[in-house]
Ligand binder design. Structure first.
Ligand code: PMP
Length: 309
């Protein structure tokens, strides 16, 4: 599941596409000294009709603005400017064989302690194989998701990922490719870069964002898919012991998509459970354009933006 670090040819920075090697930030800016940024991880898929579409772009822009507002980072880019920037970069880099994902970030490049804060919109994009993710083994970390009054999970900022990094490193010797972070009450918050789905007695559960999870765009999509399949979907707090005795478990997110869990803390799980398998099948049919869904949104990269595909 881990995305290998790629070294693409281009990045978007300072209002234009530039060579990757030129995309550098000064060591003196708050993006570096305080890790001050907000970002979105965004996915694009080739559909069966030969179109490449970026999913839920408006929702990602809206969440980027909410994160920026919470950290008092002004975002002068309109949705249309933001959209055009990512379409340009993905169009330049697209190839027919592979999907892509992008990171759209506002890095704080000017200002000091909240005075004169200015950000640059910086976009990097990466290729991704067109495959359904395999089931993974996970564990429960001793590292915790911070509280809303410490480092709010609702803000999608890089500093929030330091605990996720520690959790993944903790999981490595236990052969876990991802880890669940609990909140300070010992209940399930989320995984390091995705949300948790749990099935018990025919109902899909996920913790509400107030338990320490990002307000996930994929989760809203999956909630909708579940309901359209007649599968009950409930947001409520989840105890640690519940995930250990669940009928089915998965993680979901823009990049993770929907990954079944094969074991948790060494306890085997049914990675082919009926509920999450049917949601997963529907998920991939919708993103590939094999089935339509009223909730699903995709922004096609215009043909004239595509250079090599
Ligand atoms: N939690 C965290 C910590 C994440 O990084 C992500 C991925 N953005 C998610 C949850 C899932 O959010 P989304 O479905 O909007 O990608």
């Amino acid at each position: 599941m881990a995305t290998k670090l790629q070294r693409p040819d281009y990045a978007y920075m300072g209002g234009k596409i530039i060579p990757w090697d030129d995309a550098v930030l000064h060591i003196g800016c708050e993006a570096i000294t305080r890790g001050l940024n907000v970002f979105e991880g965004i996915k694009g898929y080739w559909d069966i009709h030969g179109n490449f579409g970026i999913v839920f772009l408006q929702k990602h822009y809206n969440r980027l603005l909410r994160s920026a507002r919470l950290l008092h980072i002004p975002c002068p880019w309109t949705y249309d400017e933001y959209k055009d920037a990512i379409l340009q970069l993905m169009g330049r880099m697209l190839s027919k064989e592979r999907d892509m994902w992008a990171r759209t970030s506002l890095y704080v490049v000017e200002g000091h302690w909240g005075e004169g804060t200015k950000a640059d919109l910086i976009i990097t994009a990466y290729h991704q194989d067109k495959v359904m993710p395999d089931p993974i083994d996970i564990g429960i970390s001793t590292w915790q998701r911070a509280t809303d009054s410490a480092l709010p999970a609702r803000i999608k900022t890089s500093t929030n990922y330091q605990v996720g990094r520690l959790a993944r490193m903790e999981g490595k010797p236990r052969n876990c490719s991802d880890m669940i972070l609990l909140n300070n009450q010992g209940r399930v918050a989320e995984a390091t870069g995705s949300c948790v789905l749990m099935v018990r007695d025919g109902v899909v559960y996920t913790p509400p964002a107030s338990e320490g999870a990002l307000e996930s765009i994929t989760l809203a999509f999956i909630e909708n898919l579940a309901k359209s399949l007649g599968i009950p979907f409930v947001r409520r707090p989840i105890d640690r012991t519940e995930v250990l005795i669940a009928d089915e478990l998965a993680i979901c997110g823009t990049l993770a998509e929907l990954v079944p869990i094969a074991s948790i803390d060494g306890l085997p799980m049914n990675a082919n459970g009926p509920l999450l398998t049917s949601i997963r099948d529907r998920f991939f049919k919708v993103v590939r354009g094999q089935e339509s869904d009223p909730f699903f949104e995709t922004t096609l990269v215009p043909k004239e933006y595509i250079k090599n595909a």
